[in-house]
Design a protein around this ligand. Structure first.
Ligand SMILES: Cc1ncc(COP(=O)(O)O)c(C=O)c1O
Length: 404
């Protein structure tokens, strides 16, 4: 199957075939790992033509590499964008977008609840370069509209948010932002087949590929997907020159392998998270469960319309203020330490269930004041449902709750 007849193909078909033509040297079906820093030219003229772009080909692996290119083509097809650039981490991808597309004097609206390191880059680092930043709850479209200024160039947000699981109406934000303001969505928590921000009107999608896209907990990587023009700029400036945060060939190979089972994996992660969320809602010492797929969630309708009815594989919950004499935070610590199946670890989207404490782990580098402003309490716990049997995950929680 070639690129042309993938048009109109279903999600799983594209995830398996896009970007993957049999290797021209020996016909290998799996994409070969081109583990090389440089590429030899046939002649000086050949090298000159490849450098000035009049001839296709690779010159140096920081600028481009065939294994990485196969990954980029597959990701562009999966997110439905014109092109993609792969980076050495989600943060490499995110910083490359910001450093390429923004300049001194510009204004950015950023979701008020984003991943801790993203928060540092946007709220602490960008202002040092003369870029104005306004944090806004992007789930509130009136608040987004009110924050727009004449120099606003970008609205950047995560949906669902990490770790509060708020869902933003992507099409609504684009409607409010209009043509001249780029809408950039971090889609790490709801990758296709759940949510496709570009189809909702977003201009750029970023991912921490480290999570669901690779899906096996053995790679750190990121991607940016968008128009061919935007991606060419982000590749040439942000990724290749400013950050140099490129995705290594072996990592690209592993991600290509992971992406071929993305659809099946993500559906299972979401189903397991829903089962755990429903169980946690029934536990008396659980004060609140934040999971958009629950019927009780204010985002339940958006899950149906924007998230393919699937939700996400992650949920957060908070224990009651007093659990048999223990504060919510102390009870949470005891609960996590008592779990035998789920691992205490940051990251998410791995085959194994992972559980962590945002205030002391993923968001520890966000000041307590900003955490309080974001709504991240000390008692909040984030859980990433793995691919295990849901009954086993729940049985593990039951035995851990029994220790409180
Ligand atoms: C939503 C989100 N975006 C970006 C990142 C950063 O990705 P990476 O760790 O691959 O640099 C993370 C990491 O946890 C994340 O959760």
């Amino acid at each position: 199957m070639n690129e042309t007849n993938l048009e109109g193909a279903g999600f799983m078909t594209r995830a398996i075939h896009a970007g993957q033509e049999p290797d021209q040297a020996f016909g290998a079906l799996a994409v070969p790992i081109y583990q090389t820093s440089t590429f030899c030219f046939d002649s000086v003229e050949d090298g000159m033509a490849k450098f000035d772009g009049t001839k296709d080909g690779y010159v140096y692996s920081r600028g481009g590499n065939p294994t990485r290119r196969a990954l980029e083509l597959k990701m562009a097809a999966i997110e439905g964008g014109e092109d993609c650039v792969a980076a050495g981490s989600g943060m490499g991808a995110i910083s490359s977008v910001l450093l390429t597309l923004l300049a001194a004097g510009d204004h950015v609206i950023v979701g008020d609840c984003v991943y801790g390191c993203t928060n540092v880059v946007i709220r602490d680092v960008l202002p040092k370069f003369g870029i104005e930043v306004t944090p806004v709850d992007t789930a509130d479209l009136d608040a987004v509209a009110a924050a727009i200024r004449p120099n606003t160039k970008m609205v950047y947000f995560e949906t669902p948010t990490n770790p509060l699981m708020k869902v933003t109406d992507i099409a609504g934000v684009k409607r409010v932002a209009g043509e001249n303001i780029r809408v950039v969505v971090d889609n790490t928590f709801a990758p296709p087949p759940v949510q496709r921000p570009l189809a909702c009107g977003a201009d750029i999608v970023v991912h921490s590929v480290t999570k669901y896209l690779n899906g096996h907990g053995d790679v750190i990587a990121g991607v940016v997907v968008g128009t061919a023009d935007d991606i060419a700029q982000i590749r040439n400036i942000g990724v290749t020159k400013v950050s140099g945060a490129i995705c290594a060939p072996f990592d690209a190979f592993l991600i290509i392998r992971g992406l071929q089972t993305l659809g099946m994996r993500v559906e299972r992660h979401c189903a397991n998270a829903l089962a755990v969320a429903r169980y946690l809602e029934s536990v008396p010492c659980v004060k609140r469960v934040l999971y958009p797929g629950l019927e009780s969630s204010p985002y339940h309708e958006l899950v149906k319309t924007q998230m393919n009815g699937l939700g996400t594989g992650i949920l957060s919950f908070e224990l009651a203020d007093n659990v048999n004499g223990l504060s919510g935070f102390e009870a949470g610590k005891k609960l996590l330490n008592a779990l035998r199946l789920s691992h205490i670890a940051v990251s998410l989207g791995d085959p194994a269930s992972l559980i962590q404490h945002p205030a002391s782990m993923t968001h520890h580098n966000v000041s307590p004041e900003v955490r309080a402003e974001m709504g991240i309490t000390d008692g909040l716990i984030r859980f990433s449902a793995g691919l295990e049997d849901a009954e086993d995950i729940i049985a593990d929680f039951k035995q851990a709750f029994a220790t409180l």
